[in-house]
Write a protein that binds this ligand. Structure first.
Ligand SMILES: NC(=O)c1ccc[n+]([C@@H]2O[C@H](COP(=O)([O-])OP(=O)(O)OC[C@H]3O[C@@H](n4cnc5c(N)ncnc54)[C@H](OP(=O)(O)O)[C@@H]3O)[C@@H](O)[C@H]2O)c1
Length: 258
């Protein structure tokens, strides 16, 4: 079984690459920081697994297509593709940066589409395979202080949901992964309390287990998922009332930073 995984150089992707390799997948490791990918590949290969580091920028369509072609050439047809690469930059509506909003969308959403475009036709022809996108619980509602990030994750979720239904007759599975807070380089800069924070190895385990079970939506940790699902069905007026104090605190913090 062969897997291709973006964002493998750190955090959730790094942990997931090791977990997939442990389960017998040959893994193509994609990200920009080659030295980190090389070190991870060495570690996986030394443990008897098979890993192929490939430098790739997911905002560049050709770079993603070339990386997938290389993975197919060296490993064989792709059984599992995980669009995990992502960025999160504080970007509130009040202190808005168009450049940051574009970056978030380009990496998180367009990066996923480029991977999808590179792998999906072969999966459909072979009538097998799984495509998974690591979105976020933050995509289930427009979170004050993180509108651009929420929007990019909601875009991922909606695209994947439609693809899941459409690709079923072709024997191709699609999974949406919605993590809560996970301790990674992405979240270590957060200065606010992160409820139910979990570590990257546990997140990787939850994702790999969910994929093995063929789950449509892989969401964790359970208490955070329940909290956000509750937030999702909250009427708008109540949602606003619940999140306004949080939004004010975020805005004050952003103002101090600028
Ligand atoms: N941590 C959390 O609490 C949390 C919660 C929900 C969802 N998520 C999602 O989980 C995914 C992984 O996040 P993480 O927490 O593990 O963050 P992380 O440690 O910062 O890792 C992000 C990964 O994305 C890669 N990446 C960023 N820009 C890229 C680009 N242009 N081209 C290729 N790769 C790129 C990075 O590699 P290079 O820099 O080497 O390119 C890195 O491997 C993201 O999609 C994130 O939104 C995280």
């Amino acid at each position: 079984m062969n897997a291709v995984l973006t964002g493998a150089s750190s955090g959730i992707g790094h942990a997931l690459a090791r977990e997939l390799a442990r389960r017998g997948y040959a893994v193509a490791l994609l990200a920009r920081r080659e030295a980190l990918l090389d070190a991870l590949a060495r570690d996986i290969n030394a443990r008897g697994g098979r890993a192929l580091p490939i430098a790739c920028d997911v905002t560049d369509r050709a770079s993603v297509h070339d990386a997938v072609a290389r993975a197919e050439r060296d490993l064989g047809p792709i059984d599992l593709a995980v669009a995990n690469a992502g960025v999160s930059v504080p970007n509130s509506a009040a202190t808005f940066s168009l450049a940051d909003a574009e970056l978030i969308m380009n990496v998180n959403y367009h990066g996923m589409l480029y991977l999808y475009d590179a792998v999906i036709r072969s999966m459909m022809e072979r009538r097998t395979g799984t495509f998974a996108g690591v979105a976020s619980l933050a995509g289930l509602r427009g979170l004050p202080g993180a509108g651009s990030y929420s929007a990019s994750k909601a875009a991922m979720q909606n695209f994947l949901e439609a693809a899941r239904v459409e690709l079923r007759p072709y024997g191709v599975r699609v999974a949406i992964v919605n993590p809560g807070f996970v301790a990674t380089p992405m979240t270590e800069k957060n200065r606010f309390r992160m409820p139910f924070l979990m570590n990257a190895d546990d997140a990787a385990l939850a994702i790999a287990n969910g994929l093995a079970k063929g789950k449509r939506v892989i969401e964790f940790p359970r208490p955070m998922s329940l909290l956000v699902r509750l937030l999702r069905v909250l009427p708008d007026a109540l949602f606003d009332r619940a999140t306004v104090p949080y939004a004010r605190r975020r805005l004050d913090r952003d103002k101090v930073k600028r």
